[in-house]
Design a binder for this molecule. Structure first.
Ligand SMILES: Nc1ncnc2c1ncn2[C@@H]1O[C@H](COP(=O)(O)OP(=O)(O)O)[C@@H](O)[C@H]1O
Ligand SMILES: [Mg+2]
Length: 239
């Protein structure tokens, strides 16, 4: 059992602690929710436990399909042990249908199915009100990644999309979009951070009702219940 040491990062959804092993960190999943870049704040009771369980599930599924990632094991209901990464300063968004900021930017209708997945890079830790959308040449200028690394990140992001889309389809959830973050660990680039209803759009396949953070953003009600529902459907599968 690793010994938990100092807090190294605190964000919207998680706290990350160092451990007595420099290669390992502990992620603590919080109930706090934030939307519109901090303008709206609240609590979704039980979210931390649900997201911890969903992340264990999805990271294990991805590993079984060959996507290396930071997940080591769950420690308790709200905490998991992960490989401690040096996080890359950008996130990758993968979109299968138009929603959120893509609707605002392109004026394409919300819900429009995209012929090809759309990939976006956004900078983390900016004080801008909107996500800072950048392209690959910005990331080269920032020396955030090399062309080879970015190619690998694009390939893995598409692979994650294919694996998760197929898996979610089986449990009657459509993967509309999601965000992933990558980190460096011992010379490798690993999928890290989280994949949960906080960072993805999950729509019920039949009704197109959102089962994710959009319920909180748009005051649709039954937010905690929707997160629970996603986990229940996952637990109902053989995997
Ligand atoms: N394996 C890891 N090693 C180190 N830091 C990590 C790891 N996984 C995620 N993080 C970082 O933990 C921080 C807290 O996460 P989160 O609360 O989601 O932050 P944010 O407010 O940026 O969404 C983020 O900066 C994220 O990049
Ligand atoms: Mg986050």
């Amino acid at each position: 059992m690793p010994e938990i040491r100092e807090l190294i990062q605190e964000g919207k959804g998680k706290r990350v602690y160092a451990t007595d092993d420099p290669d390992l960190a502990v992620v603590y999943y919080k109930d706090e929710a934030m939307a519109f870049h901090g303008l709206k704040r609240g609590r979704i009771i039980g979210k931390g436990e649900v997201n911890n369980a969903i992340c264990e599930h999805l990271f294990t599924l991805l590993r079984e399909h060959g996507v290396e990632n930071h997940f080591v094991r769950q420690l308790d209901a709200r905490q998991s042990l992960v490989l401690r990464c040096e996080m890359m300063p950008f996130a990758v968004k993968v979109r299968n249908r138009v929603a959120g900021s893509m609707h605002v930017r392109t004026r394409l209708p919300v819900g429009m199915k995209l012929d090809e997945p759309v990939l976006e890079f956004t900078l983390k830790d900016t004080d801008m009100e909107q996500d800072a959308l950048v392209n690959h040449t910005h990331l080269y200028a920032m020396k955030a990644a090399t062309p080879q690394e970015l190619e690998e990140i694009r390939r893995v992001s598409r692979q994650i999309n294919a694996i998760l889309s197929e898996y979610m389809r089986e449990i009657n959830i459509e993967l509309i979009d999601f965000k992933v973050e990558f980190g460096r660990y011992k010379g490798k680039i690993l999928l890290a951070d989280e994949i949960s209803p906080d960072t993805a759009r999950f729509w019920d396949s039949k009704t197109h009702e959102p089962l994710d953070i959009d319920r909180f953003r748009r005051d649709l009600g039954d937010v905690a219940e929707a997160y629970q529902e996603v986990l229940h459907r996952m637990m109902g599968t053989g995997f």
